[in-house]
Design a protein around this ligand. Structure first.
Ligand SMILES: [Zn+2]
Length: 326
């Protein structure tokens, strides 16, 4: 059923409602900011929201504050050939920094006359990927914004933006949605173990979807089983570690740290959060709190060490050796 309910590409996500309403209210009274800054953690769909906003203002016949997807404006945008729409982003496979040429193109774009007598919209993401030169070039456009130009900046680290840029933008901050809303959305996307995916993503639903689709939830469940087997003396640390070599010490450490947090939480509350793997419970009961604390501290130290020169094999083994009975 989820395909029937699937949202069109130009619609905001369910947890964008508040930002979306504010945006449309400003549009309705023609008091939209020339520059918007969409800020908030990664995995919340800020870029999708920016695209929905662009679609809304470029649509000739919006209905219920949504782009229609049918009109000339929508068709041009969907074909990637709307002359009044541009997306500025770092080159794929490049340094990750926005090139000065790209920002200069934005200046030229802003100064052109609209081809269709409406808004010209530019999305710039991620906005923090600017050095001083590109930021200065952008500032010139922000200081004297041409009429009917809308610039939408997207940033998950807005503190890295120059204060002179931030101060010229209307800032819309997105926060992680309520857990229930995220779980409902993830379930509608067909994500299995949505609670676990959301926990691994720190509460950001799109990040949770990406983790689940990359096999991250399954991997975490396997980690719990591996650790439990070592802790229970049913498998050797060396044997279990061999299955985690390909994943590497750094990632395994991170996952193990998440596991220690879940186990500590279980021990503190005597229950697990709904939807998390049932295998957490026996491991939490079998590990003394003091020992868990000691393992967590050693993981922290090993994580610092893996960023230096320890060999991968030694590190992964060391991680599982922490759980063996003394
Ligand atoms: Zn339209």
């Amino acid at each position: 059923m989820s395909t029937e309910l699937a949202q069109p590409a130009h619609a905001p996500l369910p947890w964008h409602t508040h930002a979306w309403q504010r945006f449309n209210q400003a549009l309705a009274v023609q008091r939209s900011a020339h520059a918007l800054l969409l800020a908030g953690p990664t995995g919340l769909g800020k870029r999708a929201l920016a695209q929905a906003m662009a679609a809304r203002v470029l649509c000739d016949r919006p209905s219920n504050d949504l782009a229609c997807g049918q009109c000339r404006g929508c068709q041009l945008r969907l074909a990637g050939s709307h002359p009044d729409y541009t997306v500025i982003e770092p080159e794929a496979g490049g340094s990750g920094i926005l090139k000065i040429e790209a920002v200069r193109q934005l200046t030229t774009f802003s100064q052109r006359t609209s081809q269709y007598d409406g808004y010209r919209v530019a999305v710039l993401a991620p906005a923090e990927a600017m050095n001083r030169h590109t930021a200065n070039a952008l500032l010139k456009t922000l200081e004297e914004p041409p009429a009917s130009v809308m610039l939408i900046l997207v940033s998950h680290r807005p503190a890295l933006l120059a204060a002179t840029i931030r101060s010229r933008c209307q800032i819309l901050t997105l926060n992680p949605p309520q857990q229930s809303q995220s779980l409902e959305w993830l379930t509608a996307q067909g994500i299995e173990q949505p609670a676990l995916a959301l926990m691994l993503a720190g509460g950001a639903p799109l990040a949770a979807q990406a983790i689940a689709e990359a096999g991250g939830t399954q991997q975490f469940a396997e980690l719990i089983d591996g650790v439990a087997a070592v802790a229970g003396g049913r498998a050797s640390a060396v044997a279990v570690a061999s299955e985690w070599q390909a994943i590497g010490a750094r990632e395994t450490t991170e996952l193990m740290q998440r596991l220690t947090l879940l186990l500590a939480r279980y021990q503190a509350l005597s229950s697990s959060s709904p939807g998390l793997p049932a295998s957490i419970e026996p491991l939490a009961r079998a590990t003394a709190p003091k020992r868990l604390q000691s393992i967590a501290e050693k993981l922290y130290q090993l994580r610092a060490a893996t960023s230096q020169s320890l060999s991968r094999e030694l590190s992964v083994e060391a991680l599982f050796l922490l759980w063996t009975r003394a």
